[in-house]
Every structure is written in structure tokens, then in C-alpha cells.
Design a protein around this ligand. Structure first.
Ligand code: GLY
Length: 129
């Protein structure tokens, strides 16, 4: 059973990352809790709450070119039956005028089971390198 939950959470996390790469706001919003909290470089050290901060970037339009996101060494830590941590290195391959580039960052994402559905409730992302 716990293996099935781990697989489901990895799948939902990959769906979330693919939604970001594709600029797919409906899918991103469906996977997240409305009161999502986050620390990410764009927030300049502030903890942002809610989806509005993230929607700003989706509203700029889907990124141009091809993007492919890979989770390296993902780990799922179940915190009882209602919450879980997913940690990994995120690699994003994309195209630029000077050819293909890859960015890398560390991510921690927290999921909570709400009314029977796993929702993304918090994340922390390092600077890209
Ligand atoms: N900036 C949106 C996310 O990483 O979930």
C-alpha cells in the first residue's frame, strides 16, 4: 500500500513539474491547495502564500521551445497517512539561442491528503545552478 502511495505522489509531482514546464495553469492549480505556501528564489526570501504569486508566471504565457523536466534521485517520506515529503534534484532541459541548456535545483515538496485527494501544500526550491 505505501509503495502505491509513493508511486502516486511521484506521479503527481511529475505532473506538477510538467505543468510548470508547459505553462499549464489549470493542471497546476488542480494539483495545489489554494493556500499553498512556498519559498522560492523568485520570492526573494519571502514565504509566499496562495496561488496568485505563481499564476503571475503562468499568465506570461507558455514558455517557447521544448522543455523537459527530470527528477533525479526522488525520495518520498510518508508522514503518517495524510502527508508526505517528496525531495529530489530537478533538472530542466530547454533550448536557447545558443543551443540546449540544463538548469538544476534542489526541491522539497509537501503533499497533504485533503478530502481524499493529495494536494500540494508547500515547497522550497533552491537557486538554479
Ligand atoms: N513556481 C511554481 C512551482 O515551482 O511550483
Amino acid at each position: 500500500m505505501s509503495q502505491a502511495i509513493r508511486q502516486l505522489l511521484l506521479q503527481r509531482t511529475q505532473e506538477l513539474l510538467d505543468a510548470i514546464a508547459d505553462g499549464d495553469w489549470p493542471t497546476y492549480a488542480e494539483l495545489c491547495a489554494e493556500d499553498l505556501t512556498a519559498f522560492e528564489p523568485e520570492a526573494r526570501g519571502q514565504r509566499v502564500e496562495g496561488l496568485g504569486f505563481h499564476k503571475f508566471y503562468f499568465d506570461l504565457g507558455a514558455p517557447t521551445g521544448t522543455r523537459h523536466t527530470t527528477m533525479i534521485d526522488p525520495k518520498v517520506r510518508l508522514l503518517g497517512e495524510q502527508a508526505a515529503l517528496v525531495t529530489y534534484i530537478r533538472l530542466v532541459q530547454s533550448t536557447s539561442n545558443s543551443g540546449p541548456v540544463t538548469s538544476r535545483c534542489e526541491e522539497t515538496r509537501l503533499w497533504e491528503k485533503q478530502d481524499g485527494t493529495w494536494r500540494h501544500v508547500h515547497f522550497h526550491r533552491s537557486e538554479n545552478s
